[in-house]
Design a protein around this ligand. Structure first.
Ligand SMILES: C[S@@+](CC[C@H](N)C(=O)[O-])C[C@H]1O[C@@H](n2cnc3c(N)ncnc32)[C@H](O)[C@@H]1O
Length: 335
């Protein structure tokens, strides 16, 4: 029995036909199409494929097998909730989110990987549903949850293109570093935007077209040198990071079989076309405004002009940073 499914029977649907589902013992059955789904190690296996296995590249299958081999991020040295909290405190983003997300709300994390963020929020009074296509990642997430007896979080195998939740079931949907590993990021965004309640928020993290240039250059140099110039990435030369974490990072950043890059303007258009308003971003989109340690992530800010977006992305290009050229945007669903 999956407690979270029993407690929230109305929000789940069949990923194949959208019908209502029921759980009985270790099986889940659709009341409409009668498809049956298994539960393994407490994880409902609700994955449905979205791409044919024909001659075109099946990105979902490719990415799934990539992450099955190297689940991301890795749990090295993270045994208990205290360790997770320490890790979150070291990064401004997780700390700000934790300080500013209300308690007792329902959160969906799409593409949760090994579920560190889901477990972190589940440990701090939020009801979290962590989903991913990769079962090996979900198993690590589930092991951490069980070891720490985290009752408010649950993990589900789900393809974001084949939803297992009804529309408008969540106050916050988080999708960090996922859509750029899909065949159609905008279609993916539309698929997950439906889960957000009116007035609720969506948080999207993507590779930036300009910020990612330095990564692309390093990837090229690694390729032509047979990986001899790894020292060009600060994480890979950091002596405090162990070899397993370095390998996970290296594969995720430089050997990923599929990634796309996006701009602030593009995500603003996604928001516009899907009924969301811009709330905030990291980095800030207004030129020359810097992101502060006390940023109010859910207070609506101005997204600035085209000139602002140009300057901000030019700064990302010139920063030559090692964080993968990432940007985050938060939107609010209109009533
Ligand atoms: C780079 S990892 C990010 C993990 C986590 N969000 C984080 O920030 O650490 C990308 C994750 O997206 C998942 N993913 C890719 N395509 C997906 C899809 N179609 N549906 C659900 N998850 C997907 C992968 O399995 C992988 O775990």
């Amino acid at each position: 029995m999956i407690q979270q499914m029993t407690d929230n029977p109305d929000i789940f649907i069949c990923p194949a036909c959208g019908g209502s589902i029921k759980t009985a013992g270790n099986k889940i059955e659709c009341l409409q199409c009668h498809n049956q789904y298994q539960i393994e190690d407490g994880i409902p296996l609700l994955f449905e494929s979205n791409e044919s296995d024909g001659s075109e590249r099946n990105v979902t299958a490719l990415i799934k097998s990539f992450y099955e081999e190297t689940p991301f991020p890795n749990y090295e040295n993270l045994e208990n909730v205290g360790d997770l909290i320490q890790k979150a405190k070291r990064g401004v983003f997780a700390r700000l989110l934790n300080d500013q997300i209300p308690f007792n709300i329902r959160i969906l994390e799409v593409g949760c990987g090994t579920g560190q963020m889901s477990n972190f929020f589940g440990a701090s009074q939020r009801y979290v549903f962590g989903t991913d296509i990769c079962l090996n990642s979900l198993k690590l997430a589930q092991q951490f949850k069980k070891r720490n007896n985290l009752q408010r979080v649950g993990f589900y195998q789900m393809n974001l293109f084949r939803p297992i939740f009804r529309d408008e079931s969540f106050s916050l949907v988080i999708c960090n570093g996922v859509l750029h590993h899909t065949s159609d990021p905008f279609a993916g965004f539309q698929s997950i935007a439906r889960f957000v309640k009116k007035g609720g928020h969506i948080l999207i993290g993507l590779y930036n077209k300009y910020g990612r240039c330095s990564n692309d250059l390093r990837r090229f140099l690694f390729k032509i040198s047979n990986n001899r110039f790894k020292f060009l990435d600060s994480r890979l030369r950091d002596k405090t990071i162990n070899d397993i974490r370095k390998l996970t990072w290296f594969r995720d950043q430089y050997k990923n079989p599929h990634e796309s890059k996006h701009t602030f303007g593009e995500v603003l258009r996604w928001f516009e076309e899907t009924g969301f308003t811009f709330v905030s971003s990291i980095p800030r989109t207004k030129a020359f405004e810097t992101f502060s340690e006390n940023e109010k992530l859910f207070n609506p800010a101005s997204c600035g002009s085209r000139f602002d977006l140009f300057i901000t992305q030019a700064r990302l290009l010139l920063a030559l940073n090692n964080e993968g050229g990432f940007f985050i945007m938060i939107g609010r669903k209109k009533f």
